[in-house]
Design a protein around this ligand. Structure first.
Ligand code: B12
Ligand code: SF4
Length: 497
């Protein structure tokens, strides 16, 4: 008996690609993406040994329907992946396979999923997935498996690392905690992870990282990506976690709320533990928008700039997420946010368009007001406007968000930010580039010889005395390349000539 787990691709079917742009493919290779799916690695670990297990990540492989010999096809999907998931499901069902879909979209749109798949899985899969396999063996398959009807998943299952091909991925996913006690209007977390904050025993996480390290060899070690929504909810746990990571000699990136930067002891430990890029969910510069979004009170706009400065002082690249399109946002929000990101040297700001994901309060409110005009889930990527905003038009929102992303992704801007960032170094935890890394930057500059701005940026970085962290330097190229796909756009607050 065999099962094949599929992660449907977003990039292959989208006009705006996250990683696999032509330029990136030409440098990194045809088959590379950010992360493997942690959900699949965890569910592999609770799959009984008698079941053969295959992980097919469509971001890096093709779904060759007739070559898949598994009886059960299990699909994991967030909302933006649902349309592609349904195509795969229908093609598989035509070939007599049992198709099961789980993950956040199956949890919130169960009836829709059942129109395309044999089985929908609601909630966390650690208990429901083995139950489904047992039922299949006894020919007693149900249509819905709802985690709420099983024992609550209190303990963390460690992922099976042997099911992934590390050469496909730029980073490895890790998870220390699950859940977020806050309740932001636009966020799906209460459906996927729940409000209760659960913490993995630190020894278990350390063991998992040591397993990853066995395959993380070579001159350029890959970094880790904490999929935790908020790494700073339980201070004592966070402190112990960072202390434990320190000995592992890894680098990582993660995310959390602004208040983490008020805590110097935690920031110091965070830097020492290998954190190189920390993303803060700023969401908006407007107190009114934050209130509307029910963002936790710890997100105070007056703290933003102090928070960003602190990260740089400790040698952590400041990153942050912003959302455009709240009811109180008018066309001035784009320039205001871009100016802030530039002035405050946010190296990797991520601008998204407010998206009413099904199952959220935001969705219910906009739907009841008749403001959602597009329910093609493939557009629910936070890069397309699917609703009518209050103080601008949908096209202004989309154009403004694109203009903002383009405005912050110019190579000379990344250069200015790095100059500022490196002026705080050198740091003990984030050491200056080694000679071999400098040579590699020069090598990359040759590879990009015809792209003058990349070439100049790489050559410049390679000779800066305090230059540190190879990965963050190269990230600038990726972000610039991603932004380059966006249509030429104008700031909607300025009249067009
Ligand atoms: C990592 C991540 C990503 C990665 C995905 C790549 C990857 N390979 O993982 C990246 C960074 C690319 C990403 C992108 C986006 N993401 Co994202 N992402 C996450 C994040 C932080 C972690 C997911 C994870 O690994 N969790 C840990 C695993 C163990 O848990 P899990 O995935 O929930 O899986 C469990 C259950 O869902 C279930 N399950 C899952 N699949 C299946 C399948 C079967 C068959 C069964 C039985 C059970 C099952 O069992 C698992 C174990 O309990 C989540 C938030 C979160 N904490 O979950 C958001 C999240 C999934 N992302 C979200 C969104 C909206 C996006 C974006 C669309 C928009 C954006 N601005 O972020 C973009 C898409 C852009 C694009 N073009 O791809 C939303 C999804 C909401 C929704 N309704 O779709 C989430 C929930 C965040 C949120 N705050 O709302 N994301
Ligand atoms: S703080 Fe972050 S993870 Fe928590 S509910 Fe708000 S947006 Fe979601």
């Amino acid at each position: 008996m065999k099962v094949c787990f599929i992660n449907p691709s977003v990039d292959k079917y989208s006009d705006l690609k996250l990683w696999s742009t032509d330029l990136m493919k030409s440098v990194l290779g045809e088959h590379i993406t950010t992360l493997p799916k942690l959900s699949v690695m965890v569910l592999a670990a609770v799959t009984p040994e008698k079941w053969g297990f295959r992980y097919l990540d469509e971001e890096v492989e093709d779904v060759l329907y007739d070559e898949i010999d598994a009886e059960i096809i299990a699909i994991t999907a967030m909302t933006v992946q649902a349309p592609r998931a349904y195509q795969i499901a229908e093609n598989m069902r035509k070939r007599g396979k049992i198709v099961v879909m789980g993950g956040i979209h199956a949890t919130i749109a169960t009836d829709e999923v059942l129109e395309h798949c044999n089985v929908a899985m609601i909630g966390m899969g650690e208990n429901t997935w083995p139950a489904l396999l047992a039922d299949y063996e006894h020919d007693e398959l149900k249509k819905i498996y709802d985690a709420r009807e099983y024992k609550p998943v209190e303990q963390f299952v460690s992922p099976r690392i042997d099911i992934i091909n590390p050469k496909y991925y730029l980073q490895f996913p890790i998870q220390a905690t699950r859940g977020c006690p806050y309740d932001c209007d636009f966020c799906s977390i209460s459906h996927s992870s729940g409000k209760k904050y659960r913490m993995k025993p630190i020894e278990q996480l350390v063991k998992e990282i040591k397993e990853y390290e066995k395959i993380n060899k070579g001159l350029f070690k890959k970094g880790y990506f904490f999929v935790d929504d908020n790494l700073y909810v339980n201070r004592e746990y966070t402190k112990e976690l960072f202390k434990a990571l320190k000995d592992l000699n890894i680098t990582w990136q993660g995310q959390g709320t602004v208040n983490v930067t008020e805590d110097d002891e935690i920031l110091k430990l965070m830097a020492e533990s290998g954190c190189r890029n920390f993303s803060i969910g700023f969401e908006s510069l407007s107190d009114e928008s934050l209130k509307e979004a029910n963002k936790p009170k710890c997100n105070k706009t007056e703290d933003y700039s102090k928070a960003l400065k602190k990260l740089a002082v400790y040698g952590i690249i400041p990153a942050g997420t912003f959302i455009f399109g709240f009811d109180s946002d008018d066309v001035s929000c784009f320039r205001r946010t871009v100016d802030f990101a530039l002035d405050q040297h946010i190296y990797t700001p991520f601008f998204s368009i407010l998206t009413p994901l099904p199952g959220t309060r935001l969705y219910d409110r906009l739907e009841s007001e008749g403001r959602i005009f597009d329910k093609d889930w493939s557009k629910y990527s936070a890069l397309k406007c699917v609703f009518t905003p209050r103080k601008m038009s949908a096209s202004q929102l989309q154009e403004g968000a694109y203009w903002a992303s383009l405005a912050i992704s110019k190579m000379e801007i990344f250069r200015e930010h790095l100059n500022y960032f490196w002026s705080h170094g050198p740091w003990e935890n984030n050491p200056r580039l080694k000679l071999v890394e400098r040579l590699l930057l020069i090598g990359l500059a040759f590879k990009f010889w015809i792209k003058k701005d990349y070439r100049q940026f790489l050559l410049w970085a390679s000779v800066q005395k305090n230059a540190a962290d190879f990965n963050n330097i190269v990230t600038a190229l990726m972000l610039n390349d991603m932004a380059a796909q966006l249509p030429e756009s104008h700031d909607p607050s300025t009249a067009r000539r």
